[in-house]
Design a protein around this ligand. Structure first.
Ligand code: AMP
Length: 226
C-alpha cells in the first residue's frame, strides 16, 4: 500500500498530514501528488468532492511553494463562496506548518475586509472568479507572480456561468505557470476549456465510486406527482 512518504512529500508535510489524522493517501492523492511534485507539469484530474482532492493538489502545491515571501504565487479558483472558504481552511492548516499565508476572496462579503487581508500580501490566494476580477480591476490584487493555478470543480464553474471570467483571468496570469484542472465531469465545453488553459497535461482519472459512502443507506420511493 502507498504511504505519504513514498509519494515524495517532505518530512514536514508528512508530519502535518499525520496531525490531520490522514493515515494513507486516497487514490486521487496517490496518483496526483507524485505528478504534481515534478512541478511545471499541467494536470487534468477527474475527481469528485469527497475523494480527497483538496489535499491531492494542496499538499504538493505548498511543497512546491516552499518559502513564505507573501507574494501571490498560487491561485486557487473555486465556483462558490462555500467551496472557496473550505479550500481556504485546508490551505491555512497545510500552510501553517510551512509558514505560508492564505487569503480567501469571494462575492457577497466585504471588499474592504478582503483588501485588508491582502494588504501585506499572501502566498496562496483562494477566490471565486467574479470577485477576483473585481479586485483585479480595483488593483487590490496582483497576479503577475502566480506560478500555480488550480481550477477546482471546473464543471461547476462552467454551470455557474464563469467561463468568460476564467478566460479573462487566464489572460492576466503569467503564461509560464503550472495549471491544475479538477473536475468531476468532462462535458465537451470543459474539455475545450482545459485544452485552452493547459499545456500537454497529464490526465488522472479516478474511477467513480458506484457505491454510496460508508454509513449512508439509499432508498428510492416512487410516489405520484401530487
Ligand atoms: P475533499 O475531497 O478534498 O473535499 O476531502 C474530503 C474529506 O476527506 C475531507 O474531510 C478531508 O479532510 C478528508 N481526507 C482527505 N484526504 C484524506 C486521507 N488521506 N485520509 C483520511 N481523510 C482524508
Amino acid at each position: 500500500m502507498q504511504s505519504f512518504e513514498t509519494l515524495g512529500l517532505s518530512g514536514e508535510i508528512v508530519d502535518a498530514v499525520r496531525k490531520l489524522g490522514f493515515e494513507t493517501p486516497t487514490p486521487v492523492q496517490s496518483k496526483a501528488i507524485p505528478v504534481l511534485l515534478q512541478g511545471q507539469q499541467d494536470v487534468v484530474a477527474l475527481a469528485q468532492t469527497g475523494t480527497g482532492k483538496t489535499a491531492a493538489f494542496g499538499l504538493p502545491l505548498i511543497q512546491l511553494m516552499d518559502e513564505n515571501d507573501n507574494t501571490t504565487r498560487a491561485l486557487v479558483l473555486a465556483p462558490t463562496p462555500e467551496l472557496a472558504a473550505q479550500n481556504g481552511d485546508s490551505f491555512r492548516v497545510y500552510g501553517k506548518f510551512l509558514g505560508l499565508s492564505t487569503a480567501v476572496v469571494f462575492g457577497g462579503a466585504s471588499m474592504h475586509k478582503q483588501k485588508q487581508a491582502m494588504f501585506r500580501g499572501v502566498d496562496v490566494l483562494v477566490a471565486t472568479p467574479g470577485r477576483l476580477l473585481d479586485h483585479v480591476s480595483q488593483r487590490s490584487i496582483r497576479l503577475d507572480k502566480v506560478e500555480i493555478l488550480v481550477l477546482d470543480e471546473a464543471d461547476h464553474m462552467l454551470d455557474m456561468g464563469f467561463i468568460h471570467d476564467l478566460r479573462r483571468i487566464a489572460t492576466i496570469l503569467p503564461r509560464a505557470r503550472q495549471t491544475l484542472f479538477f473536475s468531476a465531469t468532462m462535458p465537451p465545453q470543459i474539455a475545450t476549456l482545459s485544452r485552452e488553459l493547459l499545456r500537454k497535461p497529464a490526465t488522472i482519472n479516478i474511477e467513480r465510486k458506484s457505491a454510496p459512502a460508508t454509513g449512508i443507506t439509499q432508498a428510492l420511493y416512487p410516489v405520484p406527482q401530487t
